[in-house]
Design a protein around this ligand. Structure first.
Ligand SMILES: Cc1cc2nc3c(=O)[nH]c(=O)nc-3n(C[C@H](O)[C@H](O)[C@H](O)COP(=O)(O)OP(=O)(O)OC[C@H]3O[C@@H](n4cnc5c(N)ncnc54)[C@H](O)[C@@H]3O)c2cc1C
Length: 483
């Protein structure tokens, strides 16, 4: 008789995270059930196990079974970029759409406290925040006129329906110093890796928050994160490659191209379709490559339709799409980048936040008569950025840069993630800044992979339509500050 399956939880209410990790790890050598193993363990035995196996012999995956939920509050959105960089973790944070920033919701970074530039920095942040706050009601009123409350519609329901239309515009003025809260769920292995990067980060705020995170993590996982020390190699790379890159003459970078498909697998469709067949067959992959490469365009379209055309609304595209990769040189406003960075199933290499790629002007800002005030605030931010970059370096200067400024990011992703990103972020409820990027990517993908991308589900609008509808300008060079 075959044994009856047992399925149960090793609950964190019953066992500390490090004990759970050891209970799972011991199944490798012990025939005992997990709960019996866990019942025999205590914190001290678990510590010794982790010291020997995880730390000593490098059986590091054991630490993935110890999971922490870390609440982080009052951290700048600039520091948040570092905290959210690890891909093997989950995050949820304060939304610029559903919350409104108040006068004191901004960080003065430790590097600036007591520095001669502190007063100028604070004045600039204050000015940006005031402009953001002053814009809120006129933007809201303009949207209310265009989208009045329906009969019987409650204030709350109407607000939910239209809020994105004005909050998404006001947010362009929020600087990277704006504070946010984030909930992080992360396993101890990923956390130890992240701590090494965070503790060596160029920003003092990130290093200080990292130390706090390490301190609180030590109370639950005393062994698994104990040896996380600053990663000197990362710090070296940061400095050395900034110097090397500075010596390379780059092509003219203004005005920036929003969506450039820098590289794609020319035989991507063949690879994907061949992999889809090979995964369900017995022969070698190359045989199916040869078969698909020999198909007519029509037969290839039919095969792609069979693969993707029957996908239900909640079905992810199949893994075979991971066989083709694309590399993108993207320029988007910082608000869009802040959302883009949350996509973990791709490689992202963002350039530092600065002001040299210019700023976007949302059309609604012009329509409500606030364009001059908006531009003046952004010009002031750029002048303060330049001053801070000269005196304290570009990393600290980035705190003063608002969401309106453009940011370049190199992104590398397979077609499965491209499907996910483009479909999610081109949807009508997404912010127009990121929709524009997603739609631009959809257009390029369709040009190079017509059979597969015929099944990409995107709204019937183009990036150019969206830009015309929502932006008065996409990349304006900052002028001299007048405020
Ligand atoms: C309408 C909308 C509102 C949003 N509001 C907020 C908000 O208020 N606050 C906020 O913080 N974020 C918000 N987000 C961001 C959102 O929570 C995601 O972080 C972001 O969209 C990235 O999407 P993803 O996790 O699906 O994709 P990716 O990270 O690109 O991953 C691709 C896919 O891989 C899988 N995957 C990746 N990592 C994991 C994992 N760790 N566990 C399980 N599966 C995984 C999932 O299937 C996922 O869809 C919002 C997004 C949308 C679209």
């Amino acid at each position: 008789m075959s044994p009856r399956p047992r399925v149960y939880l090793l609950s964190p209410k019953a066992y500390p995270p490090e004990v759970i990790a050891v209970a799972f790890a011991k199944t490798s050598r012990s025939p005992e059930p997990f709960d019996a193993i866990a019942a025999e363990l205590n914190a001290d035995q678990s510590r010794r196990f982790h010291e020997k196996w995880v730390v000593g012999y490098g059986h590091a995956s054991v630490a993935e079974h110890a999971v922490l939920h870390i609440a982080v509050e009052g951290v700048s959105r600039l520091a948040m970029e570092a905290l959210e960089a690890p891909r093997l973790a989950s995050y949820t944070e304060k939304s610029t759409r559903y919350q409104r920033w108040q006068d004191d919701d901004f960080v003065t970074p430790p590097e600036l406290v007591g520095h001669p530039a502190e007063a100028r920095y604070r004045a600039t942040i204050r000015h940006l925040v005031r402009t953001y706050q002053q814009a809120w009601e006129p933007l809201r009123a303009a949207i209310a006129r265009r989208h009045p409350r329906r009969e019987g519609e409650s204030e709350a329901r109407w607000d939910r329906r239209v809020r994105s239309r004005f909050a998404d515009v006001a947010r362009f003025l929020l600087p990277a110093a704006a504070v946010a809260n984030v909930g992080i769920t992360i396993n101890a292995r990923a956390l130890a890796h992240a701590l090494r990067q965070w503790l060596a980060h160029p920003l003092a705020e990130v290093r200080a928050v990292a130390q706090r995170i390490k301190d609180v993590a030590l109370t639950e996982t005393p062994t698994l994160v104990r040896y996380a020390e600053p990663n000197a190699y990362r710090a070296y790379l940061q400095e050395d490659f900034a110097l090397r890159a500075g010596a390379v003459a780059a092509a003219e970078r203004f005005p920036p191209t929003a969506v450039h498909l820098a590289h794609y697998d020319a035989d991507g469709e063949v690879r994907v379709l061949a992999a889809a067949l090979a995964a369900r067959a017995r022969g070698p992959y190359t045989a199916y490559v040869q078969h698909v490469a020999g198909l007519s365009a029509e037969a290839r379209r039919d095969l792609a339709a069979a693969l993707l055309g029957t996908r239900g609304p909640h079905d992810a595209p199949p893994r075979a799409l991971e066989m083709a990769v694309t590399t993108w040189d993207l320029v988007m406003d910082q608000g869009a980048y802040y959302e883009f960075k949350r996509h973990r199933m791709m490689t992202q290499l963002p350039q530092a936040l600065g002001v040299d790629l210019g700023y976007a002007v949302p059309r609604l800002m012009r329509e409500v008569g606030l364009e001059d005030a908006y531009r003046a605030a952004l010009d002031m931010a750029a002048a303060t950025y330049d001053h801070l970059a000269r005196t304290l370096g570009p990393a600290v200067a980035a705190y003063v840069v608002p969401n309106a400024y453009n940011r370049r990011v190199l992104a590398h992703m397979n077609l499965r993630e491209a499907f996910h990103f483009v479909e999610l972020r081109s949807a009508a409820n997404a912010h127009f800044s990121i929709r524009r990027i997603a739609l631009g990517m959809a257009e390029r993908l369709r040009a190079v992979y017509p059979a597969l991308m015929a099944h990409l589900r995107v709204p019937a609008t183009t990036a150019a339509d969206l830009e015309a509808a929502h932006f008065a300008a996409l990349a304006e060079r900052p002028g001299p500050a007048s405020t």
